[in-house]
Design a protein around this ligand. Sequence first.
Ligand SMILES: Cc1ncc(COP(=O)(O)O)c(C=O)c1O
Length: 403
Amino acid sequence: MAFDVARVRAAYPALADGYAYLDGAAGTQLPGTVIDAVAGAYRHGLGNSGGAFPASRRSDTITAECRRAVADLTGGRAEGVILGPNMTTLTYRLARTLAAGWGPGDEVVVTRLDHDANVRPWLQAAARAGAAVRFADVALPEGNLQLAQLAELISDRTRLVAVTAASNLIGTRPDVAGITALAHAAGALAYVDGVHATPHGPVDVAGLGADFYATSAYKWSGPHVGAVVADPGLLETMAPDKLVPAPQEVPDRFEQGTLPFADLAGVTAAVEHLASLAGPAPGPGARRERILAGLAAAEAHEQDLFQVLLGGLDAMDHVTTYGTAARRTATAYFTVADRTPRQAAEHLATRKVNVWDGDNYAWELAGALGLRGSGGAVRAGLVHYNDRSDVDRLLAAVAELAG
Ligand SMILES: Cc1ncc(COP(=O)(O)O)c(C=O)c1O
């Protein structure tokens, strides 16, 4: 069945402003159902967690439903879904907790393909523990990790391998399953950053071999909430910093302070939205199956548009694109001759095209590409609500920057 992008776009009130939202990799717009779910939660009355009255029980129900929704989205278990403000905060929290067991002689492996949120927390935690850090490089111009190098870096000294499921800069989807298999063979844990990958295709944490899988709902049509999915049995072995009276059970013990209950209702609605992308369900159907179908349909739609986007950019002499990996999300990263990335983005904004400029916090990768000191490049990322007119408008506006 063809992807009904007009139906999908109609679900997003913000898209009515006439802009081409090609900034989705930095955060997506929200469908009306998600906005209504957040507002509805507040409208019905919320209480703090664990009380004896209905408003409190409503909040606890919202939290439990949110864990189930994120588990269905990722193929994980609801009892292993840690909720929090965003991926960066949760990763710092887990790095501090895991590093309590590291010492001199231990090693951590990180990559130059990753967003800094899956690099710096590990470096800083390792430094405090006296553990060593090893970097996996990005092979250029492809822009991918090399399994052979990771096989050399990972050893019985390795305690943790941190790797992204997709680059937020150039879209590359590295061989995560191959890398986590190396980690596990060496007795190390694998922490997979799924923030950029999650909205762009079906996710299966078991298939990826992720001991921890981090994601952020605001990249897939939800509110600003982060989640880390892990095996509850593994979480049971860990002792995060926590307040004495706060819950001791898993996953609650990893969640510091009060959760944003109304936003969690929005996260569940966002997962339902992803589950609807392949078309209205003929019957109730298992949500996990509908999510997998929805994300597969979104991926096919995005990849079709991406061929047009990349083909158009590569045909322009004044444009340089970065990354050539065969498996990548629909994320274009490019520079325009004689314009800074900010100047190019400003021009595009006058044509009602939203793009991001800079290193997008992929600090190591921007350095490897030689773009760190020059303002990075322009990023145009497609998500499921983008259509052909968004791409055509971007290409026409970039063409105006020739000469
Ligand atoms: C790949 C990737 N990892 C991590 C992050 C950080 O996520 P958060 O904003 O939830 O901390 C981002 C945000 O852009 C990202 O794209």
